[in-house]
Design a binder for this molecule. Sequence first.
Ligand code: HEC
Ligand code: HEC
Ligand code: HEC
Ligand code: HEC
Ligand code: HEC
Length: 499
Amino acid sequence: MSTRYLNFIRSISICPTSRLGVILVVLSFVCLVILELARLLGIITSAFAGLITYMLFPALFVIGLVLIPVGWCRIRKKTGKTTRELIEKRFESDAVKGGFLVSRLARTIALLSVISIVFLAGFSMRMLSFMDQPVFCGTACHSVMNPEWVTYQQSPHSRVACVECHVGEGAVSLIDSKLNGMWQMVSVTFDILERPIPTPVHQLRPARETCEKCHWPEKFYGNRIKRIVHYDTDEASTPKYTTLSLKVDIGDQASQQGIHWHVAEENEVRYSSLDDERESMVWVESKQPDGNIKRYTNRELVDSGSEREDIRQLDCVDCHNRATHIYEMALHAVDKRIQLGQMERSLPFLKREAVGAITANYPTKEAAMDGIANHMHGFYRRNFPDIANNKIAQINSTVAVLQQIHSRNIHSEMNITWDTYPNHIGHANNKGCFRCHNSNLVDQEGESITYDCSYCHSILAYDSDEPFRFLQTADTTSLDYQMHLYLQEEFLNSSKTGH
Ligand code: HEC
Ligand code: HEC
Ligand code: HEC
Ligand code: HEC
Ligand code: HEC
């Protein structure tokens, strides 16, 4: 049996071209099987090896298959013999006895063709599903997607595949995304990619197809308490609390309405922006309960006649543009690590120095890692020699945390720094909600979209010593004394249970 196939292989290698074809087919087949086994057994995990397994070797396999008949045609031309004569010469004399179609040779060729087709089809399926895995998207073109990959892994969506958000359902979006991916590979290879990758992603699938598979607007109700801690730049890095009760409700006609009102089934907000970044609105429209459209026009832009036809319906991503690729601001990153107890607040001027260390300008990643360590150790050696000696372990672990903050947020190879990718939730670091909720966007009566401070949240504490104003000692003479005690009690109880 095996000698039959060996003979077959020898016989079809009629000239150097066919021989090369045969070698390519056999070698790529063997390599593919070995690599695939290694992947299945978990010996190889790298995305780059996967790229080779699923793209390079199948390509070589096909090229090999094509080269074999090409060689035969060339020999036929050169020698002037017919295919039948060549077959009789190359194979045993009885190979095509009784007609080619019923011969053993034809059966062998048919069998090998079927095997090749099944084999290639199987690998194409594997390739498609492999390319849908986050580790492929995130690491195949390493330095390019590294920022997105790093932020993704630390996000609430680290178990959601990239394609769940970036590729919609159906064959059209599949083909679309593969073409897009191919273009990306070309642009990476020839280094014509934009660095940083521009945001927003204009061809992102509509949120109705992606986000709403897992979060549907009806799920939002009530308020969400958000406690934000900022540490001062004084010696003790004193904590200051801001507590918001965010009105995340979707609302309905009867009840009070909230932040997710924009995405309720019956509502619709559309806008036209002056820039690709969707930062300056030309006009904003909202559908009224009676079905009429109410338009708010930017009175600063109206006279300049800057109407654009780039109209968009507001969806999840207009607010949650950093749902997954969450870059931190330096101040917040340090605040968060102190709050989590990852850095020792007893180190004097911790907040001030930590922020200084990570926001200095460093030419390379290595320089940044060294610079952060030198900054912190240097500061304590110069100003607090005792602490530099006694708390060396705490300083070292602080340095490690700061280096980690820097690596997560700064990607100089992609020109990404602290404020490259704005976060549109809220309004702390950029306009965010205030892109629309401001005094410039007015309707025909001159009425603006509300920007009242208690429209979106109640402020329970603002930069205060306690996270909730009723946690401060109650004033016994106040009329609110009983109420104060009651709310204090309630807040403490609800914090305990984590609500
Ligand atoms: C939960 C949904 C979600 C997942 C999962 C997700 N992304 Fe994104 N991605 C987004 C959103 C939202 C944006 C910003 C879109 C905008 O503002 O238009 C974005 C933006 C991007 C950008 C453009 C740069 C930027 O930050 O704006 C790239 C590149 C990207 N994602 C790659 C990836 C890769 C690679 C993965 C998997 C490792 C991934 N994404 C997983 C939702 C997601
Ligand atoms: C495949 C399911 C899935 C998809 C698709 C998805 N999410 Fe999520 N999302 C989750 C899960 C799971 C969590 C985590 C819940 C938790 O940690 O309690 C989450 C959490 C969130 C949170 C809360 C984060 C926090 O800090 O509490 C937001 C906001 C969010 N997703 C927005 C989005 C947006 C916007 C999209 C579309 C771009 C999206 N999600 C797509 C499953 C998904
Ligand atoms: C107008 C802006 C806006 C739009 C549009 C929007 N959200 Fe939100 N969403 C918010 C804000 C603000 C919060 C509260 C943020 C926080 O807790 O820090 C929030 C909170 C959430 C949460 C966490 C809720 C919770 O109760 O813990 C999820 C999940 C979420 N949004 C998903 C979505 C999805 C999915 C869509 C699209 C269907 C969407 N959002 C549309 C502004 C928006
Ligand atoms: C693209 C423009 C746009 C953006 C961005 C935007 N909004 Fe709105 N928002 C509107 C419009 C328009 C209305 C409806 C105003 C009206 O006609 O009453 C509205 C209404 C609201 C309402 C009240 C709903 C009701 O009728 O009771 C809340 C609350 C709200 N927005 C919160 C937010 C928050 C929070 C953000 C940022 C995370 C945000 N919005 C971002 C355009 C926007
Ligand atoms: C259109 C809705 C909206 C309006 C109007 C609004 N805010 Fe906010 N604000 C938000 C949202 C949403 C967040 C939460 C962002 C987040 O989840 O981090 C926020 C966060 C904050 C924070 C915490 C920021 C931080 O990180 O420390 C403060 C303080 C604040 N708002 C004050 C105000 C004040 C003062 C006004 C009135 C001038 C106001 N807000 C008006 C939506 C709004």
